[in-house]
Design a binder for this molecule. Structure first.
Ligand code: RIB
Length: 311
């Protein structure tokens, strides 16, 4: 039995290292180009596998070379890929990523096969939801599918974790009410809550809007400023580790994976958040999405080296 089911996207990332992001109408020369396995769903599944979790993924790729590479990479992390469908007449999803010299990125996704996932896929593979303890989703597949899965999963008593990226302002209320943990970053929270976030108080206000819609726990990630957990008990802040940032791609995905991995091991939500920060702090010191994700052993070694105690 697999403890965790990730339902989400797989993309081949076209990564361009640039001295700075181009302005509208500007042409710039890149320093480097690389192809890296990515996609928010696949990154989370890959990271969970590398951290030692028993994880399956439901998703879709095209019947092409990139789709095959993405599935092969997940297999290297011991992810159960039996329910990643190879679809004819559609390409594997792609993401076009600029990474500037401060490590910040901007991403454009061409969904391809990711948008072909249907409720029928889910109905036909409902046993995967039944067998899992935690269901993890993001928003790079159709929203009606995410909403449908959250409802079924809640009815079956599962823990539902949603990383609301890329964020949109038209999420159905029904989705919020079936989510146990939602993990927006600051920009995503601004879109989801509809309010401008200028300070900590605003972030709290934004998170409370999601709580009022029925989310049980909101974890707002704040980059170098750590994160904030907001729920019915109040709020708590967590520090990020200080590291030299090379590339922030998959920082959020690896945070989610670290968090979920700890939860499935029975850790408290607070300890799970701390572990999420540790995993993502390693990821941002390396280039690329799945190429940057550490193994469980690498994380343990890092914890010892920097003298952390909450593994
Ligand atoms: O979160 C990072 C991911 O976003 C990239 O791997 C890219 O594929 C996009 O989905």
């Amino acid at each position: 039995m697999n403890d965790i089911l990730v339902i989400g996207s797989l993309n081949m990332d076209f990564v361009v290292e640039v001295p700075k992001s181009p302005l509208p109408g500007e042409t710039i020369i890149a320093n480097k180009f690389s192809l890296v396995p990515g996609g928010k769903g696949a990154n989370q599944a890959f990271a969970l596998g590398r951290l030692g979790a028993r994880v399956s993924m439901i998703g879709a790729v095209g019947n092409d070379e990139y789709g095959k590479k993405l599935i092969d990479n997940l297999k290297l992390a011991h992810v159960n890929t039996k329910k990643i469908f190879k679809m004819n007449d559609v390409n594997t999803g792609n993401a076009f990523i600029n990474v500037d010299k401060s490590g910040e990125n901007s991403i454009v996704v061409v969904s391809g096969a990711n948008e072909k996932i249907t409720k029928e896929f889910i109905d036909n593979n409902i046993c995967y939801i039944k067998r899992a303890k935690i269901i993890v989703m993001q928003l790079e597949i159709p929203i009606e599918v995410v909403t449908y899965v959250a409802k079924i999963a809640k009815e079956l008593g599962k823990i539902v974790v949603v990383d609301p990226a890329p964020a949109r302002c038209d999420l159905p209320d029904e989705l919020f009410s079936n989510v146990d943990i939602m993990k927006p970053n600051e920009t995503e929270l601004q879109t989801l809550s509809g309010i401008k976030l200028n300070n900590e108080e605003d972030i709290l206000k934004g998170a409370k809007i999601l709580l009022n819609k029925g989310v049980k726990n909101v974890i707002v990630t704040l980059g170098a400023n750590g994160s904030m957990l907001v729920n019915a008990n109040g709020y708590k802040k967590f520090d990020a580790l200080k590291v030299d940032v090379v590339d922030t791609t998959a920082a959020g995905d690896s945070f989610t994976a670290g968090l979920v991995n700890s939860l499935v091991l029975g850790k408290s939500l607070e300890d799970a958040i701390k572990y999420g920060h540790i995993v993502s702090s390693i990821v941002v010191t390396r280039k690329g999405a799945q190429s940057s994700i550490p193994t469980k052993m690498e994380v343990s070694k890092y914890i010892k080296e920097v003298g952390l105690v909450n593994e």
